[in-house]
Design a protein around this ligand. Sequence first.
Ligand SMILES: *Cc1c(COP(=O)(O)O)cnc(C)c1O
Length: 379
Amino acid sequence: MNVKMVDLGALHARLASELDPAIMSVVKSGAYIKGADVSAFEEELAKYLGVKHVISCGNGTDALQLALMALEIPRGAQIITTAQSFIATAEAAALLGYEPIFVDVKDDYNIDEKQIEAAITEKTAAIIPVHLFGKSCELSAIYKVARKFSLYVIEDTAQALGAKYEIEGEQKKVGTAGTIGCTSFFPTKNLGCMGDGGAVWTNDDNLGRRLRMLASHGAEKKYHNTAIGINSRLDTIQAAILRVKLRYLDEFNVRRQKIATIYNSLLSDLKDYMTLPQYDEKSNSHVYHQYTIALKGDSQQRDAVQKLLKERGIATMVYFPVALHRLPVFAEANKDKHLPNAERLMDNVLSLPMHTELSESEIRYVCQQLREVTREIYG
Ligand SMILES: *Cc1c(COP(=O)(O)O)cnc(C)c1O
């Protein structure tokens, strides 16, 4: 049996009767940039999230960059973020002349909210929490510390669109309680298009206007540019695809949660060899962009498990093999920084196949093979 990490072809096949006409209607319209589907999608996403202003853009990295640009944070400011994420989160800050400050993670792979306060200095301007692998961060605690020190919060929801969390007794979607939320529609994300795409949103009218202006060459009125912006747009075809898929997002996320529940129960006897993701089924706080386990031992043992699974037809991924503060681009500035959990997890993590089209027999096959392989490696 061959089990893929993701199967976008199978997802397309299931939704083709809706996706193909949506795409063809844009093709025939000729309105490939800023067509009607773009503003319609922005409105539908705003409604889904319960926010006032959604501004679509070229990708999730641009969304983070636009958020930081819109806030007009002075150069040299420090931006606190997690040590375990995709580079984009820290890259957007560094590109704009800010200093990313990395905070260690907990066993659930998210930023340790208890360590944020100790990282705050008089230069700190914002916190960028990342809801890694689809699990919402401890946002109540993060917003509390942000309020105490008057910091902006920019939530990176690229892996967690649709996940919820409770704040002050209220259930909210991730990305909607703070200054700005950002996301990516990279094809493999929980809501993915067929190319690049992203969005940024806010409830603040002023920020909403600035974000739209900055994404459009710094011009609120065409050819009357008032600021240095960037060119970052969601193509009309991608917007048309996302309009179809947004209607399925909650269903996609429920399917991912179901798969995670099956993995958790089938792997529960292997807890001596690995840590499984924790999830409270009632909370909706995890939408399983990835199902990531932490294997015991060192990276050689983890890599051996991955290799043996591959020989048995099972694809897996390591997210991420290097913690952000240890990446060559950030290593020199962080050479005295020791973040034990992030440094341990980069050697132990392994993400198993996770996508909406995964069948029960495939999940069973993965678990059976993982059982045999871990016995072989750990004895
Ligand atoms: C995918 C991702 C991004 C970047 O999105 P792109 O659309 O690829 O630019 C940013 N942050 C996280 C956590 C991501 O997973």
